[in-house]
Design a protein around this ligand. Structure first.
Ligand code: HEM
Length: 448
């Protein structure tokens, strides 16, 4: 098994205490996190108005971070040289769940090597072959919704996108193992959110809140299932494996540049990464989509009457603009850099605030208005004005698949006879690294 490819941990440079940081809120770091959790988009817009660009944020466990939002500066942050701009360092709270081989937590050469292994399975039409399956799963899901009783669509979308991951990424055929994962993965996702969002605080067991312990028990139970699946898959004859199109089968066949296959630990970490990065994000985008479509009947009507590709695609783009599921991406610089007019010392964090970029009046006029037409035909959105999937060598590896999945499922759900159970606007909250609908979007299905 290959071990030579794995990164020795990149040291975090000490942060220069004497640096005169750009202005920012003076609240203690924990209160800054609490404020963002309650109102992530509003807080970012207010801070930008008050302090300008960049402003400095403080988050517990991190060195101060500069927040950028104009397309040209955001571009510099996300496309900065990978040996200076480290996403893995910025993502390090995710290591507890994703592990040290995860694409999200690695940097430099080792990151590029893992990315080379993971890219081919996500390429081209391969995953589009799953279109019929995704459509079928979406139809079955919509048919199972109760008639006349309100239900939270967030939970239903989580279940739906988990089914997609179990088929497309894991390719699991053993029904009892699938059932175990259906039961064990959602509570693990829940626990990981606390550990990631609250960082070092969640790592202490605070009285009855045994967050860390609960998290570890859940993670270990899921790990046991993943290792069992990897062991079983390794026993499948190579010819049979090559005929399968799920991502795990392709990764088992893949080799590093030195010809060695991926080890069990690497496979486990990448499977966990793909579940964590691909399941809740897509489910949340679908949940926001239902909320936005049902509040904008003209858009929904146009999608229903004429599900032509361009308009459905534009609608999905606008959904990801107004409710960017991942509202920011971070990098930590290990050498001094200059972003625009700002000299940034080694050790500082840089945040590309996707949420703020998408809500800047100078990038998207009337940013609060949901208008898919912004993306129809010749679009005047500047480069890096729309970046729900981040950018550079860290751009979301599942971006095309996620867009395909969103469009496929929304075409089905747009036909469903549902209405919002609550007319009041859905609150936008931040948990973990995602922007979620605070009430989970309650719907009522009507008699067809
Ligand atoms: C609407 C759905 C999704 C959104 C909004 C989203 C967004 C993102 C963002 C913002 C990043 C960070 C990019 C950066 O640092 O510049 C990312 C990375 C990543 N995403 Fe997604 N994602 C989605 C779906 C998926 C899916 C379906 C998968 C796979 C099944 C996936 C796998 C990954 C992986 C592995 C990375 C790490 C890439 C790297 O560091 O090289 N994502 N995603």
């Amino acid at each position: 098994m290959s071990t030579t490819t794995i990164d020795p941990t990149i040291a975090m440079p000490p942060f220069p205490a004497s640096w005169a940081m750009p202005p920012g809120p003076k609240l203690p770091p924990l209160l800054q996190v609490a404020q963002i959790a309650r109102d992530p988009l509003g807080t970012a817009v207010r801070m930008h108005r008050r302090y300008g660009e960049p402003f400095t944020m403080r988050v517990p466990g991190f060195s101060p971070s500069l927040v950028f939002s104009s397309p040209e500066l955001v571009k510099q942050v996300v496309t900065g040289k990978p040996n200076v701009f480290h996403a893995g360092l910025a993502n390090r709270p995710l290591k507890a769940v994703l592990g040290r081989w995860s694409l999200l937590t690695l940097d430099r050469g080792p990151h590029l090597q893992q990315r080379k292994l993971l890219l081919p399975p996500f390429h081209g039409e391969r995953l589009q072959a799953y279109g019929d399956l995704i459509r079928e799963l979406a139809e079955r899901e919509a048919a199972s919704w109760p008639v006349g009783t309100p239900f939270r669509v967030a939970e239903r979308m989580q279940a739906l996108t988990l089914e997609v991951i179990l088929d497309v990424v894991f390719g699991i055929t053993d029904e009892s193992r699938k059932d175990d994962l259906r039961r064990l993965l959602p509570p693990l996702v829940d626990s990981s959110r606390h550990v990631v969002f609250w960082g070092s605080i969640a790592n202490r067991n605070l009285g009855p809140f045994r967050l860390r312990e609960t998290f570890e028990t859940r993670r270990d139970a899921v790990d046991a299932l993943l290792y069992a699946e990897i062991a079983d898959r390794r026993r499948v004859p190579s010819g049979e494996l090559a005929a399968r199109s799920d991502i795990l089968s392709m990764l088992i066949e893949a080799t590093h540049e030195d010809g060695t296959p991926m080890g069990d630990g690497e496979l486990r970490d990448e499977l966990m990464t793909l579940v964590m990065a691909g399941h809740e994000t897509t489910a949340t985008a679908l949940t926001w989509a239902m909320d936005l479509l049902l509040r904008n009947p003209a858009v929904l009507g146009r999608m229903r009457a004429n599900p032509d590709d361009e308009y459905v695609r534009a609608t999905c783009q606008e959904i990801l603009r107004i409710r960017p599921v991942v509202p920011f991406v971070g990098r930590v610089v290990t050498e001094p850099v200059r972003i625009g007019a700002t000299e940034v010392p080694a050790g500082a964090g840089l945040i590309a605030s996707i949420g703020l970029t998408h809500h800047r009046e100078d990038v998207f006029p009337q940013p609060q208005v949901f208008r898919p037409e912004r993306f129809v035909g010749e679009s005047d959105v500047p480069s890096y004005g729309w970046l729900p999937f981040g950018g550079g060598v860290r751009r979301c590896i599942g971006a095309s698949f996620a867009q395909f999945e969103l469009e496929t499922i929304l075409r089905v759900l747009a036909q469903s006879p549902v209405r919002l159970a609550v007319r009041r606007p859905e609150p936008v909250r931040a948990t973990g690294v995602t922007l979620v609908p605070g009430r989970g979007v309650k719907l009522v299905r009507e008699m067809a």
